[in-house]
Design a protein around this ligand. Sequence first.
Ligand code: NAD
Ligand code: ZN
Length: 375
Amino acid sequence: METSKEMEMKNIPTRASQKFRNFPMVPRVVFGNGSFDQLGDILLPKRKNSDAPIILLVDDVFEDSELHARIPRIFSDQIIFISADEEPKTQQVDALVRQIKESFQEMPSGIVGIGGGTLLDLAKAVAILLNNSGSAADYQGWDLVHRESVYHVGIPTISGTGAEVSRTTVLLGPEKKLGINSDYTTFDQVILDPELTKGVPKEQWFYTGMDCFIHCIESLNGTYLNAFSQSYGEKALDLCKEVFLDTIAEEESRNKLMMASWHGGMSIAYSQVGVAHAMSYGLGYQLGIKHGLGNCLVFQYLEEFYPEGVVIFNEMRKKHHIELPKGVCAGLTENDLDTMISIAMGMEPLWENALGPNWKSVITPAKLKSIYRKI
Ligand code: NAD
Ligand code: ZN
Protein backbone atom coordinates (compact mmCIF):
# COMPACT_ATOMS: atom_id res chain seq x y z
CA MET A 1 0.00 0.00 0.00
CA GLU A 2 1.27 3.47 -0.75
CA THR A 3 2.24 5.80 2.03
CA SER A 4 0.96 9.34 1.92
CA LYS A 5 4.53 10.42 1.18
CA GLU A 6 4.52 8.33 -1.98
CA MET A 7 1.18 9.76 -2.99
CA GLU A 8 2.58 13.23 -2.49
CA MET A 9 5.63 12.44 -4.60
CA LYS A 10 3.43 11.43 -7.44
CA ASN A 11 1.74 14.79 -7.11
CA ILE A 12 -1.55 13.02 -7.12
CA PRO A 13 -3.74 15.57 -5.44
CA THR A 14 -4.64 14.37 -2.02
CA ARG A 15 -4.89 16.06 1.30
CA ALA A 16 -2.25 14.96 3.78
CA SER A 17 -4.92 13.27 5.85
CA GLN A 18 -6.16 11.23 2.91
CA LYS A 19 -4.65 7.92 2.12
CA PHE A 20 -6.64 7.49 -1.06
CA ARG A 21 -7.90 10.09 -3.42
CA ASN A 22 -11.56 10.85 -3.02
CA PHE A 23 -12.24 11.66 -6.61
CA PRO A 24 -15.14 13.85 -7.74
CA MET A 25 -16.99 12.70 -10.84
CA VAL A 26 -19.45 14.50 -13.08
CA PRO A 27 -22.72 13.78 -11.27
CA ARG A 28 -25.00 14.17 -14.28
CA VAL A 29 -24.53 13.41 -17.94
CA VAL A 30 -26.81 13.28 -20.96
CA PHE A 31 -25.73 11.40 -24.07
CA GLY A 32 -27.13 11.27 -27.57
CA ASN A 33 -27.56 13.00 -30.90
CA GLY A 34 -29.77 16.03 -30.46
CA SER A 35 -29.49 15.98 -26.66
CA PHE A 36 -28.23 19.58 -26.81
CA ASP A 37 -31.86 20.67 -27.12
CA GLN A 38 -32.47 19.53 -23.56
CA LEU A 39 -30.20 22.27 -22.22
CA GLY A 40 -33.06 24.70 -21.54
CA ASP A 41 -34.94 22.16 -19.43
CA ILE A 42 -31.80 21.15 -17.58
CA LEU A 43 -31.03 24.74 -16.63
CA LEU A 44 -34.55 25.66 -15.54
CA PRO A 45 -34.45 24.22 -12.00
CA LYS A 46 -30.98 25.73 -11.49
CA ARG A 47 -32.17 29.29 -12.02
CA LYS A 48 -32.14 31.23 -8.77
CA ASN A 49 -34.33 34.07 -10.04
CA SER A 50 -34.84 36.14 -13.16
CA ASP A 51 -31.95 38.48 -12.26
CA ALA A 52 -29.43 35.68 -11.85
CA PRO A 53 -28.51 34.89 -15.45
CA ILE A 54 -27.03 31.88 -17.13
CA ILE A 55 -23.78 32.89 -18.85
CA LEU A 56 -22.88 30.85 -21.90
CA LEU A 57 -19.25 30.86 -23.02
CA VAL A 58 -19.30 29.67 -26.62
CA ASP A 59 -16.52 29.01 -29.15
CA ASP A 60 -16.80 31.81 -31.72
CA VAL A 61 -16.68 29.23 -34.51
CA PHE A 62 -20.43 28.88 -33.78
CA GLU A 63 -21.27 32.59 -34.07
CA ASP A 64 -22.94 32.23 -37.47
CA SER A 65 -24.06 28.63 -37.10
CA GLU A 66 -27.44 27.01 -36.64
CA LEU A 67 -26.27 26.02 -33.15
CA HIS A 68 -26.31 29.69 -32.14
CA ALA A 69 -30.04 29.81 -32.79
CA ARG A 70 -30.56 26.68 -30.71
CA ILE A 71 -28.86 28.07 -27.60
CA PRO A 72 -31.69 28.58 -25.09
CA ARG A 73 -31.87 32.01 -23.53
CA ILE A 74 -34.38 33.59 -21.18
CA PHE A 75 -34.40 36.59 -18.85
CA SER A 76 -31.01 38.28 -18.83
CA ASP A 77 -28.97 35.27 -19.99
CA GLN A 78 -25.87 36.21 -21.91
CA ILE A 79 -23.87 34.51 -24.63
CA ILE A 80 -20.18 35.43 -24.77
CA PHE A 81 -18.40 34.24 -27.91
CA ILE A 82 -14.74 33.45 -27.39
CA SER A 83 -12.00 32.49 -29.84
CA ALA A 84 -10.20 29.20 -29.26
CA ASP A 85 -7.21 30.33 -31.33
CA GLU A 86 -5.18 30.65 -28.17
CA GLU A 87 -5.28 28.41 -25.15
CA PRO A 88 -6.91 29.88 -22.02
CA LYS A 89 -5.00 32.34 -19.87
CA THR A 90 -5.41 33.34 -16.25
CA GLN A 91 -5.78 37.04 -17.23
CA GLN A 92 -8.53 36.11 -19.66
CA VAL A 93 -10.40 34.32 -16.87
CA ASP A 94 -9.96 37.31 -14.56
CA ALA A 95 -11.26 39.67 -17.26
CA LEU A 96 -14.32 37.50 -17.91
CA VAL A 97 -15.14 37.30 -14.22
CA ARG A 98 -14.81 41.09 -13.89
CA GLN A 99 -17.02 41.61 -16.94
CA ILE A 100 -19.72 39.31 -15.58
CA LYS A 101 -19.64 40.87 -12.11
CA GLU A 102 -19.87 44.38 -13.58
CA SER A 103 -22.75 43.48 -15.89
CA PHE A 104 -25.02 41.83 -13.34
CA GLN A 105 -26.06 42.66 -9.81
CA GLU A 106 -26.66 39.06 -8.91
CA MET A 107 -24.27 36.17 -9.09
CA PRO A 108 -25.06 34.06 -12.19
CA SER A 109 -27.19 30.96 -11.72
CA GLY A 110 -24.81 29.02 -13.89
CA ILE A 111 -21.98 28.99 -16.42
CA VAL A 112 -22.19 26.90 -19.58
CA GLY A 113 -19.12 26.15 -21.72
CA ILE A 114 -19.73 25.13 -25.35
CA GLY A 115 -16.68 24.16 -27.40
CA GLY A 116 -13.46 22.17 -27.19
CA GLY A 117 -10.99 21.87 -24.35
CA THR A 118 -10.30 25.61 -24.54
CA LEU A 119 -13.91 26.68 -23.88
CA LEU A 120 -14.55 23.89 -21.38
CA ASP A 121 -11.51 24.95 -19.37
CA LEU A 122 -12.55 28.61 -19.50
CA ALA A 123 -16.03 27.76 -18.23
CA LYS A 124 -14.62 25.72 -15.35
CA ALA A 125 -12.21 28.48 -14.35
CA VAL A 126 -14.80 31.26 -14.57
CA ALA A 127 -17.22 29.23 -12.42
CA ILE A 128 -14.52 28.85 -9.76
CA LEU A 129 -13.35 32.46 -9.81
CA LEU A 130 -16.85 33.91 -9.54
CA ASN A 131 -17.01 32.44 -6.05
CA ASN A 132 -13.36 32.69 -5.04
CA SER A 133 -11.60 36.04 -4.67
CA GLY A 134 -8.32 37.03 -6.30
CA SER A 135 -6.84 35.97 -9.62
CA ALA A 136 -7.06 32.62 -11.39
CA ALA A 137 -3.26 32.48 -11.10
CA ASP A 138 -3.62 32.20 -7.30
CA TYR A 139 -5.33 28.85 -7.72
CA GLN A 140 -3.02 27.15 -10.23
CA GLY A 141 -1.85 24.05 -8.45
CA TRP A 142 -3.48 21.36 -6.33
CA ASP A 143 -6.41 21.86 -3.99
CA LEU A 144 -6.05 25.60 -3.53
CA VAL A 145 -9.75 26.33 -4.13
CA HIS A 146 -11.74 26.42 -0.93
CA ARG A 147 -15.17 27.67 -1.93
CA GLU A 148 -17.63 25.87 -4.12
CA SER A 149 -17.84 27.08 -7.71
CA VAL A 150 -20.92 28.40 -9.45
CA TYR A 151 -23.03 25.63 -11.07
CA HIS A 152 -21.37 24.83 -14.38
CA VAL A 153 -22.20 22.77 -17.43
CA GLY A 154 -19.81 21.45 -20.10
CA ILE A 155 -20.86 20.76 -23.67
CA PRO A 156 -17.98 19.45 -25.83
CA THR A 157 -18.06 20.14 -29.57
CA ILE A 158 -14.84 18.26 -30.39
CA SER A 159 -13.70 15.01 -28.79
CA GLY A 160 -10.45 13.94 -27.23
CA THR A 161 -9.13 16.06 -24.37
CA GLY A 162 -11.25 14.53 -21.61
CA ALA A 163 -11.65 18.08 -20.22
CA GLU A 164 -15.37 17.28 -19.89
CA VAL A 165 -14.65 14.78 -17.08
CA SER A 166 -11.43 16.02 -15.50
CA ARG A 167 -10.96 17.87 -12.23
CA THR A 168 -8.56 20.36 -13.78
CA THR A 169 -8.63 23.45 -15.97
CA VAL A 170 -5.31 24.09 -17.69
CA LEU A 171 -4.36 27.77 -17.79
CA LEU A 172 -1.40 29.73 -19.03
CA GLY A 173 -0.46 32.11 -16.24
CA PRO A 174 2.15 34.83 -15.89
CA GLU A 175 4.61 32.33 -14.45
CA LYS A 176 3.47 28.90 -15.45
CA LYS A 177 1.16 26.76 -17.50
CA LEU A 178 -0.63 24.74 -14.88
CA GLY A 179 -4.09 23.51 -14.04
CA ILE A 180 -6.44 24.54 -11.29
CA ASN A 181 -6.83 21.03 -9.89
CA SER A 182 -9.64 20.92 -7.37
CA ASP A 183 -12.79 19.13 -6.35
CA TYR A 184 -14.74 22.22 -7.41
CA THR A 185 -13.37 22.22 -10.97
CA THR A 186 -15.35 19.22 -12.22
CA PHE A 187 -18.54 20.02 -14.13
CA ASP A 188 -21.91 19.64 -12.39
CA GLN A 189 -23.48 18.55 -15.66
CA VAL A 190 -22.19 17.44 -19.03
CA ILE A 191 -24.14 17.14 -22.26
CA LEU A 192 -22.58 14.74 -24.75
CA ASP A 193 -24.18 15.37 -28.11
CA PRO A 194 -21.93 13.82 -30.79
CA GLU A 195 -23.75 15.72 -33.54
CA LEU A 196 -22.12 18.92 -32.30
CA THR A 197 -18.75 17.62 -33.52
CA LYS A 198 -19.91 17.41 -37.15
CA GLY A 199 -18.10 20.49 -38.45
CA VAL A 200 -14.66 19.84 -36.94
CA PRO A 201 -11.92 20.20 -39.60
CA LYS A 202 -10.14 16.92 -40.33
CA GLU A 203 -6.68 17.92 -39.08
CA GLN A 204 -8.12 19.24 -35.81
CA TRP A 205 -10.26 16.10 -35.43
CA PHE A 206 -7.09 14.06 -35.69
CA TYR A 207 -4.96 16.17 -33.32
CA THR A 208 -7.58 16.35 -30.57
CA GLY A 209 -8.50 12.68 -31.11
CA MET A 210 -4.83 11.77 -30.75
CA ASP A 211 -4.78 13.60 -27.42
CA CYS A 212 -7.14 10.86 -26.25
CA PHE A 213 -5.11 8.09 -27.88
CA ILE A 214 -1.94 9.42 -26.24
CA HIS A 215 -3.69 9.67 -22.85
CA CYS A 216 -4.43 5.94 -23.18
CA ILE A 217 -0.91 4.94 -24.22
CA GLU A 218 0.70 7.03 -21.49
CA SER A 219 -1.68 5.81 -18.81
CA LEU A 220 -1.57 2.12 -19.81
CA ASN A 221 2.24 2.09 -20.06
CA GLY A 222 2.83 4.10 -16.91
CA THR A 223 4.19 2.94 -13.58
CA TYR A 224 1.17 4.45 -11.80
CA LEU A 225 -1.17 2.07 -13.59
CA ASN A 226 -3.86 0.44 -11.47
CA ALA A 227 -7.06 -1.46 -12.23
CA PHE A 228 -9.18 1.71 -12.06
CA SER A 229 -7.14 3.52 -14.73
CA GLN A 230 -6.59 0.40 -16.78
CA SER A 231 -10.27 -0.39 -17.11
CA TYR A 232 -11.03 3.05 -18.54
CA GLY A 233 -7.79 3.24 -20.56
CA GLU A 234 -8.31 -0.07 -22.31
CA LYS A 235 -11.86 0.83 -23.28
CA ALA A 236 -10.78 4.23 -24.59
CA LEU A 237 -7.92 2.67 -26.56
CA ASP A 238 -10.25 0.13 -28.20
CA LEU A 239 -12.61 2.92 -29.18
CA CYS A 240 -9.74 5.00 -30.62
CA LYS A 241 -8.63 2.03 -32.70
CA GLU A 242 -12.14 1.57 -34.05
CA VAL A 243 -12.39 5.25 -34.91
CA PHE A 244 -8.95 5.78 -36.42
CA LEU A 245 -8.04 2.36 -37.88
CA ASP A 246 -11.28 0.66 -38.85
CA THR A 247 -13.69 1.90 -41.45
CA ILE A 248 -16.89 2.79 -39.67
CA ALA A 249 -19.81 5.07 -40.46
CA GLU A 250 -19.32 8.74 -39.61
CA GLU A 251 -22.08 8.86 -37.05
CA GLU A 252 -20.75 5.80 -35.25
CA SER A 253 -17.28 7.29 -35.35
CA ARG A 254 -18.47 10.54 -33.74
CA ASN A 255 -20.33 8.65 -31.02
CA LYS A 256 -17.37 6.42 -30.26
CA LEU A 257 -14.78 9.18 -30.17
CA MET A 258 -16.89 11.15 -27.73
CA MET A 259 -17.02 8.17 -25.39
CA ALA A 260 -13.31 7.46 -25.93
CA SER A 261 -12.56 10.99 -24.75
CA TRP A 262 -14.65 10.41 -21.63
CA HIS A 263 -12.97 7.13 -20.77
CA GLY A 264 -9.51 8.44 -21.58
CA GLY A 265 -10.10 11.35 -19.20
CA MET A 266 -11.27 8.96 -16.50
CA SER A 267 -8.20 6.80 -17.04
CA ILE A 268 -5.70 9.59 -16.35
CA ALA A 269 -7.76 10.82 -13.39
CA TYR A 270 -6.33 8.05 -11.26
CA SER A 271 -2.89 7.92 -12.90
CA GLN A 272 -0.90 10.42 -14.97
CA VAL A 273 0.15 11.22 -18.49
CA GLY A 274 3.73 10.72 -19.67
CA VAL A 275 6.59 11.67 -21.98
CA ALA A 276 4.61 13.21 -24.86
CA HIS A 277 2.66 15.49 -22.52
CA ALA A 278 5.77 16.59 -20.62
CA MET A 279 7.56 17.54 -23.83
CA SER A 280 4.44 19.02 -25.41
CA TYR A 281 4.23 21.46 -22.51
CA GLY A 282 7.67 22.76 -23.56
CA LEU A 283 6.43 23.31 -27.13
CA GLY A 284 3.29 25.00 -25.87
CA TYR A 285 5.17 27.37 -23.60
CA GLN A 286 7.93 28.36 -26.02
CA LEU A 287 6.12 28.27 -29.37
CA GLY A 288 2.44 28.53 -28.46
CA ILE A 289 1.81 25.16 -30.12
CA LYS A 290 -1.56 23.81 -29.06
CA HIS A 291 -1.98 20.76 -26.91
CA GLY A 292 -3.25 18.23 -29.48
CA LEU A 293 -0.78 19.11 -32.24
CA GLY A 294 2.09 19.40 -29.75
CA ASN A 295 1.42 15.91 -28.45
CA CYS A 296 1.44 14.50 -32.00
CA LEU A 297 4.66 16.33 -32.90
CA VAL A 298 6.41 14.79 -29.91
CA PHE A 299 4.76 11.38 -29.92
CA GLN A 300 5.92 10.44 -33.44
CA TYR A 301 9.51 10.37 -32.11
CA LEU A 302 8.88 8.41 -28.93
CA GLU A 303 9.34 4.85 -30.25
CA GLU A 304 11.96 4.27 -27.55
CA PHE A 305 9.35 4.82 -24.83
CA TYR A 306 6.13 3.68 -26.48
CA PRO A 307 7.16 1.31 -29.32
CA GLU A 308 3.74 -0.21 -29.99
CA GLY A 309 1.91 3.08 -29.50
CA VAL A 310 4.09 4.85 -32.07
CA VAL A 311 3.51 2.10 -34.66
CA ILE A 312 -0.26 2.43 -34.21
CA PHE A 313 -0.03 6.23 -34.27
CA ASN A 314 1.81 6.13 -37.61
CA GLU A 315 -0.77 3.75 -39.04
CA MET A 316 -3.54 6.11 -38.00
CA ARG A 317 -1.72 9.11 -39.41
CA LYS A 318 -1.17 7.40 -42.76
CA LYS A 319 -4.73 6.13 -42.98
CA HIS A 320 -6.05 9.67 -42.61
CA HIS A 321 -3.33 11.35 -44.72
CA ILE A 322 -2.22 13.64 -41.93
CA GLU A 323 1.06 15.43 -42.61
CA LEU A 324 2.53 16.84 -39.44
CA PRO A 325 4.39 20.14 -39.75
CA LYS A 326 8.16 19.78 -40.05
CA GLY A 327 11.06 21.94 -38.91
CA VAL A 328 9.01 23.33 -36.03
CA CYS A 329 12.04 23.64 -33.75
CA ALA A 330 14.47 24.55 -36.53
CA GLY A 331 14.66 28.25 -35.74
CA LEU A 332 15.15 27.83 -32.02
CA THR A 333 18.30 28.99 -30.27
CA GLU A 334 20.15 26.87 -27.72
CA ASN A 335 18.66 29.14 -25.10
CA ASP A 336 15.08 28.49 -26.31
CA LEU A 337 15.71 24.76 -26.30
CA ASP A 338 17.09 24.94 -22.77
CA THR A 339 13.93 26.72 -21.60
CA MET A 340 11.74 24.05 -23.19
CA ILE A 341 13.83 21.29 -21.66
CA SER A 342 13.63 22.78 -18.20
CA ILE A 343 9.83 23.12 -18.53
CA ALA A 344 9.51 19.54 -19.71
CA MET A 345 11.83 18.17 -17.05
CA GLY A 346 9.93 20.11 -14.40
CA MET A 347 6.91 17.87 -14.94
CA GLU A 348 8.23 15.33 -12.46
CA PRO A 349 5.07 13.28 -11.86
CA LEU A 350 4.72 12.71 -15.61
CA TRP A 351 8.28 11.39 -15.90
CA GLU A 352 7.92 9.32 -12.81
CA ASN A 353 4.76 7.78 -14.19
CA ALA A 354 6.44 7.12 -17.53
CA LEU A 355 9.75 5.74 -16.32
CA GLY A 356 9.61 5.10 -12.60
CA PRO A 357 11.39 6.79 -9.70
CA ASN A 358 14.82 6.58 -11.38
CA TRP A 359 13.69 8.48 -14.45
CA LYS A 360 16.59 10.92 -14.16
CA SER A 361 19.00 8.16 -15.16
CA VAL A 362 17.23 7.89 -18.53
CA ILE A 363 16.10 11.44 -19.21
CA THR A 364 18.85 13.99 -19.60
CA PRO A 365 18.77 17.45 -21.17
CA ALA A 366 20.85 16.10 -24.07
CA LYS A 367 18.31 13.36 -24.71
CA LEU A 368 15.40 15.81 -24.78
CA LYS A 369 17.34 18.18 -27.00
CA SER A 370 17.91 15.40 -29.55
CA ILE A 371 14.16 14.71 -29.65
CA TYR A 372 13.19 18.40 -29.91
CA ARG A 373 15.68 18.85 -32.76
CA LYS A 374 13.85 16.21 -34.81
CA ILE A 375 10.53 18.07 -34.50
P1 NAD B 1 -9.83 23.65 -28.86
O1 NAD B 1 -10.92 23.86 -27.91
O2 NAD B 1 -8.59 24.47 -28.70
O3 NAD B 1 -10.39 23.84 -30.32
C1 NAD B 1 -9.58 23.53 -31.46
C2 NAD B 1 -10.16 24.14 -32.72
O4 NAD B 1 -11.35 23.42 -33.09
C3 NAD B 1 -10.58 25.58 -32.52
O5 NAD B 1 -10.22 26.28 -33.68
C4 NAD B 1 -12.09 25.50 -32.40
O6 NAD B 1 -12.71 26.69 -32.82
C5 NAD B 1 -12.40 24.35 -33.31
N1 NAD B 1 -13.68 23.67 -33.07
C6 NAD B 1 -14.13 23.12 -31.91
N2 NAD B 1 -15.32 22.52 -32.09
C7 NAD B 1 -15.64 22.69 -33.40
C8 NAD B 1 -16.74 22.28 -34.21
N3 NAD B 1 -17.74 21.54 -33.73
N4 NAD B 1 -16.73 22.65 -35.52
C9 NAD B 1 -15.69 23.35 -36.04
N5 NAD B 1 -14.62 23.74 -35.33
C10 NAD B 1 -14.60 23.41 -34.02
O7 NAD B 1 -9.35 22.12 -28.96
P2 NAD B 1 -9.15 20.95 -27.95
O8 NAD B 1 -8.06 20.14 -28.53
O9 NAD B 1 -10.44 20.29 -27.62
O10 NAD B 1 -8.67 21.64 -26.62
C11 NAD B 1 -7.34 22.01 -26.36
C12 NAD B 1 -7.29 22.65 -25.00
O11 NAD B 1 -7.73 21.70 -24.04
C13 NAD B 1 -5.93 23.10 -24.53
O12 NAD B 1 -6.05 24.39 -23.99
C14 NAD B 1 -5.53 22.11 -23.46
O13 NAD B 1 -4.70 22.67 -22.47
C15 NAD B 1 -6.87 21.74 -22.91
N6 NAD B 1 -6.92 20.43 -22.24
C16 NAD B 1 -7.55 20.36 -21.06
C17 NAD B 1 -7.65 19.17 -20.37
C18 NAD B 1 -8.34 19.12 -19.06
O14 NAD B 1 -8.43 18.06 -18.47
N7 NAD B 1 -8.86 20.20 -18.56
C19 NAD B 1 -7.11 18.00 -20.93
C20 NAD B 1 -6.47 18.09 -22.17
C21 NAD B 1 -6.39 19.32 -22.84
ZN1 ZN C 1 -3.74 15.68 -23.21
